[in-house]
Ligand binder design. Structure first.
Ligand code: WTA
Length: 656
């Protein structure tokens, strides 16, 4: 976030109370009710969560211990038996919701589909039987590399139904990135599509899968299941590749949900960290089901008549928790949209809101900033009066964007929930409850009941109001990640020992800088580690650097985030070349393309600057702070006392 934004946030004093008519009908109706819930949960978190687990979810067998906490490893609802696909589907079939729309889907080319709970259940059961037929059994990992089509959600629920942990890989990732994830998860099967529609193009997903598997690239993968979407010609490898619609013909729609242990692996989702290798964040069944269920219910204040739309991709945690599992566990109508605004239709989001009378809309600040740029006539020329609640996620929202959202999209009627959380936390942690908590533009306000969050220094001591520090969580919660897949030590080091534990007390280190104001409201400033946030997507700078240095021309690379008006941050790479290469625009473009190939288009550097040498400290460390300031176009002259060779800096500045 730029200094100007931080400055405006520090001065932000506006307060918006929940509208009375909203509060009257809300699950949590006023601040006192929130406080009571919060205090009750704080006094005895285990009891608080267990009561909700009992009343809100269906269990095949009750747990015998609520929480087994062997820091930093937690087990929730020990020995409980549950299945999240059962909670998302089967239990609703016994109610009037059987014929309620579970999933409304709008395709990019204008096709659409609505699945009731009964229909979704049927499809999931069939899909699960196909997986079984292909030899997938409980515990086997399944890779999902799909466009935003109903089959993506169906595949996830089918995996969950038979106890095969899924790992969804965002469809924008390259073959290389896909292969790394399949290898790490040792996936037995991959589910993909012949292609996906993206803007006015087709993304060749199957081709990427072929590439990832070529030359025995991921030997654990035995079968590939292909959903037909674009009908373009693709290669089908005999014996390995199968069309979903072919196999669907021969399976029954009867597939009882497998009773899973609460702590059985539900999914692995890879996310960027400070090293080159993405981490496989592990989520398990019972706690995740409860946490996503409760947060969806209270934060989005779900009503049975709501049409709820989260614009994320299912390839990210937001899609997992708040398109699929949270809403369906609550029996809601969740909307899935394949498209993105494109020059031929900048108002397409608002068309979707109008077409389906969307009540709850959840998106990223980057999207809002892009909407501002597109002009208010797009939303203003559509009927958005169905909207009653707006949300944001993924990055800090600047007060200007918040106000625009409030005025232009919400018509000053709709509360805004700015939800802070992470892949690792499973669900939202700090957020307004829309009927109870007054909002301030740019603040994610207060912790969800049961979440004990604080701002601390690196010793773990709380800092005073309005003093910046590190966002930390002081007690386990049901939706927390359980480990890094295959690397428990990394889990311990990254999240629980960054702030050294004292007297057996462990603090979860989120990697975000933040402050609390005099009302206890949280203001998240952004990452404090080598992770950058581009358009709400998390990227590790080391990951991009590794991609760059894998190109023969590159001797050394340093990547930093540069503030960007729309995307929040933009990728800025400093590169030194091997002796026999010449710095020119052509090479710049080649390097950008190389990163796209190694990781995916989301990691394409916005800018590359060639330099003869990196500014380093006397001990040889690249001075990233200095590079960040340079990238941001700031004055760095006062910044250089530890710099080894001043002439490097002078040259870098000349490159402006
Ligand atoms: C950032 C996305 C400010 C933060 C759900 C966090 C936010 C990272 C907010 C996690 C918010 C997410 N305000 N920053 N409301 N929400 N972040 O794992 O830096 O993709 O650590 O999860 O996004 O990104 P992730």
């Amino acid at each position: 976030m730029s200094e100007a934004n931080i400055e405006s946030i520090l001065q932000e004093k506006r307060l918006f109370s929940p509208p009375t008519d909203f509060s009257e009908k809300a699950h949590i109706k006023n601040f006192q009710d929130y406080q009571q819930l919060y205090e009750k949960a704080k006094a005895n978190p285990e009891k608080f969560w267990a009561e909700l687990a009992e009343t809100e979810l269906d269990w095949f067998q009750k747990w015998d211990t609520i929480l087994d906490w062997q820091p930093p490893f937690a087990k929730w609802f020990v020995n409980g038996k549950i299945n999240i696909s059962y909670n998302c589907l089967d239990r609703h079939l016994k109610t009037w919701r059987k014929n309620k729309a579970a999933l409304i889907w709008e395709g990019e080319p204008g096709d659409s589909r609505t699945l009731t709970y009964a229909q979704l259940h049927r499809e999931v059961c069939q899909f699960a039987n196909v997986l079984k037929q292909l030899g997938v059994t409980k515990g086997d990992r399944v890779g999902i590399y799909m466009p935003m089509i109903p089959e993506a959600a169906i595949a996830m629920l089918a995996c969950a139904r038979i106890g095969a942990p899924h790992t969804v890989i965002f469809g924008g990732f390259s073959a290389e990135a896909l292969q790394n994830r399949l290898l790490d998860a040792q996936a037995k099967l991959v589910i993909t599509a012949d292609g996906g529609f993206r803007k006015d193009k087709i993304v060749a997903l199957k081709e990427q899968v072929d590439q990832a598997l070529t030359n025995n690239g991921a030997p654990s993968v035995e079968n590939v299941l292909v959903v037909e979407r674009t009908k373009q010609k693709i290669h089908m490898e005999a014996g390995r590749d199968h069309w979903w619609h072919d196999l669907q013909q021969s399976v029954s729609a009867d597939c009882p949900a497998e009773p899973m242990d609460s702590e059985d692996l539900l999914f692995i989702l890879y996310t960027s960290g400070t090293t080159g290798k993405p981490k496989g964040v592990v989520h398990t069944t019972g706690g995740y089901n409860l946490y996503t269920h409760m947060t969806t219910k209270w934060i989005f204040d779900l009503k049975d008549t709501d049409v709820y739309w989260c614009t994320a991709d299912v390839g990210w945690i937001t899609g997992h928790s708040y398109i699929v599992y949270g809403p369906l566990s609550n029996g809601a109508t969740t909307l899935m949209y394949e498209g993105v605004p494109r020059s031929s239709n900048l108002g397409c989001f608002w068309d979707v809101v109008e077409k389906y009378s969307v009540n709850i809309f959840y998106t990223a600040p980057t999207a809002i900033r892009a909407f501002i740029k597109m002009g208010e006539h797009h939303p203003k020329s559509r009927n958005l009066s169905s909207l009653r609640l707006l949300g944001t996620v993924g990055e800090p929202i600047n007060p200007e964007a918040w106000m625009w959202y409030h005025k232009i999209i919400g018509n000053q009627r709709c509360p805004i929930i700015d939800t802070w959380w992470q892949t690792e936390t499973g669900g939202v942690m700090i957020t307004p409850l829309p009927g109870a908590i007054s909002t301030k533009p740019g603040s994610c306000t207060l912790p969800f009941p049961g979440i004990l969050a604080d701002i601390v220094d690196l010793e773990g001591n709380p800092v005073s109001d309005n003093q910046g520090g590190y966002l930390a969580v002081k007690y386990p919660w049901p939706g927390m990640m359980r480990t890094v897949y295959g690397d428990p030590d990394r889990f311990r080091r990254t999240y629980w020992e960054h702030i050294p534990p004292k007297n057996g007390k462990y603090l979860y280190f989120a990697g975000d800088g933040a402050r609390k104001d005099e009302d206890g409201y949280f203001w998240v400033m952004g990452r404090v580690d080598d992770v950058i946030n581009v358009s709400g997507h998390r990227l590790g700078t080391m990951e991009i650097e590794s991609a760059l240095v894998s190109h023969p021309a590159v001797a050394e690379a340093a990547v930093v985030g540069k503030p960007d008006e729309i995307k929040g941050e933009e990728i800025f790479a400093f590169v030194t070349l091997e002796g026999n290469y010449t710095a020119n625009d052509d090479l710049k473009n080649q390097l950008k393309q190389h990163v796209v190939q190694e990781i995916g288009a989301i990691a394409r550097p916005g800018d590359i600057r060639f330099t003869d040498a990196m500014p380093k400290t006397r001990s040889g460390k690249i001075m990233r702070r200095l590079l960040r300031n340079l990238a941001a176009g700031q004055d760095v002259s006062g910044d250089t006392s530890t710099l080894e060779d001043r002439s490097v800096l002078d040259k870098l500045r000349e490159g402006d």
